[in-house]
Design a protein around this ligand. Structure first.
Ligand code: EPZ
Length: 429
């Protein structure tokens, strides 16, 4: 298995191109199931999760072609996928595939809406928490589906199609909002989703569905209205930039010091996280090219942060912020409110010399003068990248194992960082 070797201590200086957002690309690819016509997606990141979803959709009969790379192409440009779901040969999503990537459970909404039937494996738990799917199922029931659970599978049926309904989520859920939105797009009549997720990725999916002919209003607010249409059509859509990748490299720069341009990043997608970084002592400027992040020798200041649904501080940046705070001048408090078990990085950061106490859902981080490199590993993607950030500022060598987690969500991570002066390399093995 590949490892990432980092020798810490170098400032980051240069330009990091920001890729398309993984968490928009995945539901956008799934939205292709809603139409017999072609969906063309641009700026799709080259990630293991995208490749896996290509396989999963292929299993349903979806044909996906990717533009090849030509000499002279920008090596960091996203790929274009031409997705053709004209013929759905199978409405079953098996355990072997869904268990590898939770988001593939989301095929249940479009398959049911278009085909009247879907059999999708329950995804099971994962490293960051129990992550149930009850909100997804309740939304589909509200739209008139008959849902049974049998032998680990959700059997969803709506032989006469779905009917518009009012869906009120008890808690904000990104995935359940995607499911409700996609299913309601093809339901008969009007649907209203209340307490909808406001994440930019939901807005991106809604924008694409609108290009496909869906009638949607209010995406980006807590109330989304959808007037169902009988069918959707061909469209072309470019995936928005990845705000979590943006925030991750902004924190890496704040950690090491230096001056980095996050090219193509959109500051409006992560205002809360950028404000937190300003409080921590980073200088952040929005420019025509993207976001410029700098930190001079003045050290990192402690912060108090709670994760929250958008527009709050994202749970997907919590581990990275914690890595940054390990070297702050004082005590930080970081509270995780979205997932109950998303502190797997704490013990690994401690291996580098971090001082972190867990108090229920809050991590109290006592900043230290120096971190020292060590072998580390993590069980999810964001936790893994937090170890990379800590490694970039640790003295000596840090070896991050289980690199496949990083490959799920960060395109060309070691290339992007080494271009800016970091001593980081992948060791195949
Ligand atoms: C999405 O997961 C993201 N995944 C996650 O990113 C992200 O951490 C999360 O949203 C929160 O922002 C993708 O977009 C592919 P939720 P999702 O439903 O949709 C509870 C990453 O690192 N809940 O918004 O699965 C749930 O347990 C990943 O890129 C229910 O109780 O998250 C959690 O406490 C990891 N019942 C809360 O809601 C349900 O039916 C929010 O989860 C659904 C969710």
């Amino acid at each position: 298995m590949d490892k990432i070797r980092i020798v810490g201590g170098n400032e980051l200086k240069g330009t990091i191109p920001i890729s398309g957002a993984k968490n928009a690309a995945l539901p956008l690819m799934i939205a292709s199931l809603l139409t017999e016509e072609k969906l063309i997606l641009e700026n799709v990141p080259r990630l293991a999760d995208v490749a896996l979803l290509q396989r999963i959709l292929g299993n349903h009969g979806v044909d996906i072609t990717t533009n090849g790379k030509r000499n002279g192409d920008d090596p960091y440009a996203g790929q274009t996928l031409e997705i053709d779901a004209r013929v759905i040969v199978d409405t079953i999503a098996p355990y072997e595939l869904v268990s590898k990537m939770r988001a593939s459970f989301w095929v249940v909404g479009p398959l049911l809406a278009r085909m009247g039937v879907a059999k999708v494996s329950l995804p099971g738990g994962c490293a960051i928490g129990t992550r149930p799917v009850d909100f997804h199922l309740d939304a589909l029931r509200a739209l008139g589906a008959d849902i049974e659970i049998d032998a680990g599978y959700v059997l969803a049926k709506a032989p006469r199609g779905l009917t518009g309904a009012r869906i009120v989520f008890p808690k904000v859920s990104v995935g359940a909002t995607h499911t409700a939105l996609m299913a309601a797009a093809l339901a008969r009549g009007e649907s209203v989703i209340e307490n909808a997720a406001r994440e930019p990725e939901v807005v991106d999916v809604a924008d694409c569905l609108i290009k496909m002919g869906a009638r949607i209003e209010g995406a980006g607010t807590s109330t989304i209205r959808i007037e169902g249409v009988p069918r959707l059509k061909a469209a072309r859509h470019a995936v928005l930039p990845d705000r979590i990748e943006t925030g991750t490299y902004a924190m890496a720069t704040a950690m090491t010091g230096g001056d980095v341009m996050l090219a193509g990043a959109r500051p409006d997608l992560l205002e809360d996280a950028l404000e937190t970084l300003r409080h921590a002592g980073a200088e952040i400027d929005a420019t025509n090219e993207g976001i410029r992040v700098r930190r001079n020798g003045a050290g990192i200041l402690p912060v108090e942060v709670s994760t929250a649904p958008y527009p709050g501080f994202p749970t997907d940046l919590q581990a990275q912020l914690m890595a940054l705070m390990t070297k702050a001048k004082g005590r930080s408090r970081i509270t995780e409110t979205i997932f109950e078990n998303r502190f797997m990085h704490v013990q690994e950061l401690a291996r580098l010399g971090a001082r972190i106490q867990l108090d229920g859902d809050t991590a109290v981080v006592e900043g230290v003068e120096r971190l020292t490199g060590a072998p580390v590993m993590a069980t999810d993607l964001r936790a893994s990248v937090s170890l990379v950030i800590a490694g970039l500022a640790a003295e000596g060598e840090t070896m991050v194992q289980r690199v496949y987690h990083l490959d799920r969500g960060f395109e060309k991570l070691e290339e992007k960082l080494s271009r800016c002066g970091a001593e980081i390399e992948r060791i195949s093995g």
